[in-house]
Design a protein around this ligand. Structure first.
Ligand code: BGC
Length: 765
């Protein structure tokens, strides 16, 4: 594509040509050859004024309607001036080829050096065609499907002018009160790590025109907000930071993620945006990360509210010195950084390092080659909403469903001759299934459960709302109001249930009850839904409860009384079709929970890979008081991590280890036989856990170290094998580094984190 070069670009190109001649590249061409890119970056950097450098470190939210008149006053006018001066390195929340192109044209054709802008957006689980929320996808344990889903999201949004997504979120989440658990892969560091890598690869691919740069977030510790309250104080140990929180970030960096986002929280008393230990020491030094770090929205400015910076200027100084390369929407850098350099408070070397990182990513994306690479209207029209994307998100949606309970094989439903009552406002909702963080998608674009069920013609389906979950139509930015009082639909629901053979109740959270700023202090079915469930149960107990929610819910009564329960999360555009196919048995569920479902709110944070404590108690009930427990409830979740049923049943046996001891560079082969004891072909997630009995720092009672999603035909026995090696057992030790320690271990294999099949092994040095 041709575009007009800005009038000052010629000298720049000459410098590039001279200094990068050894690279034998066309001077305008970007390439994935890093040394050649570095050379070009350095040449360009040498041409930049301090203000232009700082401008690259500045990111603005879309500040004016690009198709409307140019802003004349206020902050929009100022931002517009900055854009024209080349003081805007990136923008977020501008989407669609028309708008992106118009802005890029200003950056490329009207500024002195013509450096393209990088356009970021929260493509968290799809752009227009929406995939399941990330927590749901994690329940698939299907890395290929998760990667595919990220590819679809990237292809659609890249066709719409975007070139950078603020995803994946890789925060290990142990507290379901935190609303953002929906955005990650749950409570386990290993599962989060492999999924993080799959998502990064899916988004970035080979950085072609259908790919996006990934942004791994939130670095770090954000999900450990005290009491699950968003933006709250975080106080974690070094041990937890390194062994639990950081591994998924490292995995994402190793998978080639081009950018990171820091976080709102403090760590060890220092806000992440101003935290040099995280950004400089760990990420850039220890992990040798070459990409750039963007702050979270306004997080630089928030360091003032944290009580860490006296004003925005000091915040800018602290953030720049700590290695925060780009400022999202605080204006701290653009307002103060040049002055801070002149005053000697921030060295120009630090600025150069940040700008180098930003320019490098722009080169890698090919934006210097063609700043309009993502701006092809015909491609946009041909790509967004493609049929194959719908098929793709339907596939991952089915895989994300977890069957929690199925007494007397109530599921799958018979396809004919049944009177089916469908109850619950969420059954007839075409917006809620899109979930939180689907800001590119239009309301009312998901297939509802009712629509999905109605596509099957053989049964008689009657619908009753029962009760609204929320009042009005929630929006992304305003507090969602829950219906706590209106039960006027209960009678109709009861009557509908009385006349049915099977009742399908679709209950749970509205799609905008989770996500940022949406912590909850109670995790039961919101509003009057629990009462609705119990009322309908009295009229007809033959209930299939379909849960649609963005986090684990606390449902002990339902778990006890309702015969069949399906965890269907917020599954995206094809939600209703996926749910119907599972309920009718056209898809045999194989999902497993990526977070446990607690019994009571007082158990939180609750996670399977906890420490033993000095008073672990035993398996059997005890009269004694003095052990780590509650007096009013047991320690277990209702459903544990890794748990999920299928219409098939599986039996594990014959756990074998090739040897019971291994040494440096050695390994152990672990094998187990998994038999499909049913008459239905199915898939099972075979999980491998270990326990390190003694460590220089205390070790968890169990840790996931591998899994295999495997298809097993009816009656078939499959032998699944894993390898245990030094990588499996290493951890962040008392020496403050990742290493192995000699000692005794246990290995466990099974279909959930509470598997009983175990064997001992040891490692010697
Ligand atoms: C969130 C980020 C998000 C950013 C941009 C922030 O409030 O914490 O995760 O990427 O906004 O929308």
């Amino acid at each position: 594509m041709k575009y007009n070069l800005p009038k000052y670009i010629l000298p720049a190109l000459i410098v590039l040509a001279i200094s990068c001649s050894t690279a034998k590249q066309d001077i305008t061409s970007s390439t994935k050859n890093i040394s050649s890119i570095d050379c070009k970056v350095d040449s360009l950097l040498s041409l930049m004024t301090l203000e232009e450098k700082v401008g690259q470190m500045n990111q603005y939210n879309g500040f004016w309607n690009v198709t409307g008149p140019v802003p004349k006053d206020g902050s929009a006018a100022k931002k517009y001036e900055h854009l024209k001066k080349g003081w805007v390195g990136s923008m977020l929340n501008v989407k669609g080829v028309k708008d992106v192109k118009a802005l890029q044209k200003i950056a490329v054709e009207e500024t002195r050096l013509g450096i393209p802008v990088i356009f970021g957006y929260d493509v968290i689980h799809g752009y227009k065609t929406i995939s399941p929320i990330p927590l749901a996808e994690a329940a698939s344990w299907d890395l290929e499907a998760i990667k595919k889903s990220a590819e679809i999201a990237a292809a659609e949004s890249a066709a719409s002018g975007l070139n950078w997504t603020f995803a994946p979120m890789v925060d290990v989440s142990r507290d379901a009160r935190w609303g953002r658990v929906m955005e990650g892969a749950g409570e386990d560091p290993y599962l989060n790590s492999v999924i993080a890598a799959a998502r990064v690869k899916g988004f970035q691919g080979n950085l072609g025109e259908f790919n996006l740069a990934a942004c791994v977030k939130h670095f770090a510790g954000y999900s450990f907000a005290e009491a699950g309250k968003d933006y709250n104080t975080v106080d974690v140990s070094h041990n937890t930071l390194h062994n639990i929180i950081l591994p998924p970030f490292k995995a994402a960096a190793e998978a080639g993620a081009l950018t990171f986002m820091n976080s709102f929280n403090e760590l060890d008393g220092i806000p992440a945006t101003g935290n040099a230990y995280l950004q400089r020491d760990i990420l850039k030094k220890d992990w040798n990360f070459q990409g750039f770090v963007v702050s979270d929205w306004g997080s630089m400015g928030e360091m003032v509210a944290h009580g860490y910076s006296k004003d925005l200027k000091q915040a800018a100084e602290q953030a720049a010195n700590a290695g925060s390369d780009m400022d999202m929407e605080s204006s701290g850098y653009v307002e103060h950084l040049a002055a801070l350099v002149r005053e000697g408070k921030v060295s120009e070397d630090k600025i150069n390092d940040a700008v180098r990182r930003i320019l490098r990513v722009k080169f890698e994306l090919g934006l210097f080659d063609n700043p309009y690479k993502y701006c092809d209207e015909a491609r946009e029209a041909a790509t967004v909403g493609k049929k194959e994307f719908h098929e793709g998100v339907l596939d991952v949606a089915k895989k994300s469903i977890v069957l929690l309970k199925n007494n007397n094989n109530l599921l799958p439903l018979k396809k004919e001759g049944q009177r089916i009552a469908v109850i619950g406002a969420l059954a007839n909702d075409k917006t809620s299934p899109l979930g939180s963080w689907r800001i590119g998608a239009d309301d009312n674009t998901a297939v509802s459960v009712l629509e999905g069920l109605n596509a099957y013609k053989g049964n008689q389906i009657t619908y009753a709302k029962g009760a609204d979950v929320v009042i009005g139509e929630p929006t992304f930015t305003v507090e969602t109001k829950i219906n706590m009082t209106d039960k006027s639909g209960f009678t109709e629901a009861v009557n509908t249930a009385k006349n049915a053979d099977v009742v399908i109740m679709v209950l749970g959270e509205h799609g905008l009850q989770t996500g940022e700023g949406r912590s909850r202090a109670e995790l039961g079915l919101p509003g009057v839904q629990q009462e609705l469930l119990e009322t309908v149960y009295k009229a007809n107990p033959n209930i299939v409860l379909v849960l649609t929610n963005g986090r684990p819910l606390i449902i002990p009564w339902a778990a006890q009384n309702i015969p069949a329960i399906v965890e269907a999360w917020h599954l995206g555009t094809e939600s209703g079709n996926a749910i119907a196919q599972v309920l009718y048995g056209d898809y045999n569920p194989s999902g497993k929970l990526p977070m446990c479902f607690p019994k009571a709110i007082g158990q939180l944070p609750l996670y399977y890979n906890h420490k033993s404590t000095g008073r672990p108690g035993g398996e059997s009930p005890t009269e004694s008081v003095f052990w780590s427990h509650y007096t009013d409830i047991d320690n277990n979740p209702v459903y544990p991590f890794g748990y999920g049923l299928s219409y098939s049943t599986f039996e594990y046996s014959n756990l074998k280890l090739s040897t019971n001891t291994f040494a440096q560079n050695g390994q152990i082969r672990v094998s187990v036989d998994v038999k499909n004891t049913s008459k239905i072909d199915g898939k099972e997630v075979v999980q491998l856990y270990i326990r390190d009995l003694i460590g220089s720092v205390t070790r968890p009672v169990k840790e996931l170290k591998g899994f295999e999603l495997t298809e097993i035909k009816a009656g078939e026995v499959k032998t699944v094998t894993f390898t245990i090696d030094e990588k499996t057992i290493e951890f962040y030790t008392a020496n403050k580094k990742w290493e192995t320690e000699a000692g005794d271990f246990k290995v466990f294999v099974g279909g959930s984190s509470i598997t009983k099949l175990e064997a001992p092994f040891s490692y010697t040095k």
